[in-house]
Design a binder for this molecule. Structure first.
Ligand code: NAD
Length: 528
């Protein structure tokens, strides 16, 4: 894998990728045009808020599999085009949460005590003690709009200042808010009853101009406004008007509708507006964190593991990831086996999650299964992002069910795939982080780790068949590392399943010869 690092990221992150065997080219400071001209050579791209990763860049990046944004917002990346092209876009949520929350509190203290203004005054040789009378934060009501990662940390810190914290976030649970003594209220209630309003929502169609003329009118006289989220969530014109008419007593801004903002903007003429140039995430710790988060996901993809922070995929919390990891690999390998056995002619897929697995977010697992299946037809051009749209384009029916009971297993993943000329059923489980195994194929009990070169074959249970297979492979110098014969029933006879683990893949001729051996019904080779 070859990675282009087009914006500066922590050295630790670059080292980590190199240690994982990834080739890393660092070309920071390049523009969109230059990026377009070199992107075709790379499998992965890392950017910060620039350069722009446009449709043209993505379309020229024929090898691109992943784009990493070392930060949270992905406004500079055309995610839709990336998704359509099966490219995973990852960001680094959480890496800069505390830094941004701390800056928010920093701006609040700055405006409440007029620290920047006082600093300027002292440096100008003045001693204006009466001019800089501020307010105490204790006892004030702060309204947090968006109680996500940053909003939550801001709320926690505001509690430490003995403030009364209320929050509006329609997507967060009451319990989560209660954990830190925050009361969830309606949007109107928050707007009407806050002494300080701070926004921590993503910028979406829904949140653009969330605070506009109408909201300012509803606010308390002398309210303080903070925005360390994204410009445009608070309408700047309306904010200027509210500053002019005295509704708003002070403002702390780290973000602007247009960045960099027009230096002649009226906003900067107010003494009580304290500004910073979008530096919420600009701490040493946050920079290292975001770089490492992106590097980890690029390494995950390189090693064939699912990525953790894809913005065009559901994302997983670390504990969930650890639990699901072996099942993700299992699901993908089951997909590969099913596709090979059914020769790509699959139509209907049924996935059953049993036991503990049934209580988890399993959306990733069905993606992994589909990836394994579709890879048989589409090669490496499929990933966890494109698996779902491609499956539906192809009219594949996917049915999922969850059952709490798992008999003697803690968790069980069951997969049934119906094909043109037959079907296959598989069940698998995991006994820990790196231990995943298939325990049933159709009616046959097996127990094997699906890793390596396998030949899966049905044969007549009669003397001599296994010997003939051994002789064939021996003659062709292919070492058989393991053999599992999954017998159905207690008596000899009938059709049985054979799994051969071989050290080297068999040639087409060897496989054909095996298929013709007396007693062999069919045989397929799968690299797992
Ligand atoms: P997050 O996804 O963890 O939290 C966002 C929260 O907003 C979620 O809880 C969500 O439920 C809530 N939300 C969504 N729509 C809402 C709505 N209409 N009304 C109320 N709540 C709504 O995100 P985060 O990491 O906490 O980031 C918050 C904001 O901070 C984002 O806009 C992000 O881009 C920005 N940010 C800025 C900087 C900076 O340098 N200033 C750094 C990092 C993040």
């Amino acid at each position: 894998m070859k990675v282009l690092v087009a914006s500066s990221i922590a050295v630790e992150a670059i080292e980590k990728m190199k240690e994982a065997g990834i080739e890393v080219d660092v070309k920071t400071g390049i523009g969109e045009r230059e990026l377009e001209s070199i992107i075709a050579d790379y499998d992965a791209l890392i950017v910060r808020s620039s350069p722009r990763v446009s449709r043209r860049v993505i379309e020229k990046g024929k090898r691109l599999r992943i784009i990493g944004r070392a930060g949270v917002g992905v406004d500079n990346i055309d995610v839709e085009t990336a998704t359509q092209n099966g490219i995973i876009v990852v960001n680094a949520p959480g890496g800069n949460t505390v830094s941004t929350a701390e800056l928010t509190l920093g701006l609040l203290l700055s405006v409440a005590r007029k620290i920047p203004q006082a600093d300027r005054s002292v440096k100008e040789g003045k001693w204006e003690r009466k001019k800089f009378v501020g307010i105490e934060l204790r006892g004030k009501t702060i309204g947090v709009i968006g109680l996500g990662r940053i909003g939550y940390e801001v709320a926690k810190r505001a509690k430490a200042f003995e403030m009364n914290v209320i929050a509006y976030d329609p997507y967060i649970s009451e319990e989560k808010a209660k954990e830190i003594g925050v009361r969830l209220v309606s949007f109107d209630e928050l707007i009407r009853n806050s002494d300080i309003i701070t926004v921590h929502v993503p910028k979406t169609r829904e949140t653009e101009n969330l605070i506009d003329e109408e909201e300012f009118e509803m606010m308390r006289q002398g309210v303080i406004i903070l925005n360390c989220a994204r410009g445009g969530i608070i309408n700047e014109e309306a904010l200027i008007n509210a500053l002019k008419n005295g509704k708003v007593s002070a403002v702390g801004l780290d973000v602007y509708a247009v960045e960099p903002p027009d230096p002649d903007s009226e906003l900067f003429k107010f003494e009580n507006v304290v500004t910073t140039p979008h530096i919420g995430a600009s701490t040493r710790e946050a920079q290292t964190n975001v770089g490492l988060l992106i590097a980890e996901d690029i390494i995950n993809l390189h090693l064939g593991y699912p990525v953790r922070n894809a913005v065009n995929l559901p994302s997983l919390v670390p504990e969930e990831y650890e639990f699901l990891m072996p099942y993700l690999t299992l699901a993908e390998k089951m997909g590969k086996i099913a596709a090979a056995r059914l020769e790509g002619g699959f139509r209907r897929i049924k996935i059953t999650y049993r036991g503990k697995l049934a209580r988890r977010d399993t959306s990733y697992l069905s993606r992994a299964l589909l990836k394994g299946l579709l890879e048989y037809i589409l090669g490496q051009n499929i990933n966890l992002v494109s698996a779902i749209p491609i499956a539906s384009q192809r009219g594949l029916e996917v049915e999922e069910s969850k059952i709490e009971r798992a008999d003697s297993y803690e968790s069980l993943l069951e997969v049934s795939v119906e094909g043109r000329d037959g079907s296959i059923y598989m069940a698998g489980t995991s006994f820990g982080k790196d231990d995943y195994r298939i325990i049933r194929i159709d009616k046959y009990k097996v127990d094997f780790v699906p890793e390596g070169h396998y030949i899966i074959s049905l044969h007549e249970d009669k003397p001599g068949v296994i010997g003939r297979v051994g002789t064939l492979f021996g003659r062709n110098n292919i070492n058989i590392a393991g053999m599992i014969v999954g017998r159905y029933g207690n008596k000899p006879g009938g059709i049985q399943l054979m799994l051969l683990l071989v050290d080297d893949p068999p040639t087409e001729e060897v496989l054909e010869e095996m298929q013709k051996l007396d007693g062999i019904i069919d045989a397929v080779y799968i690299q797992l």
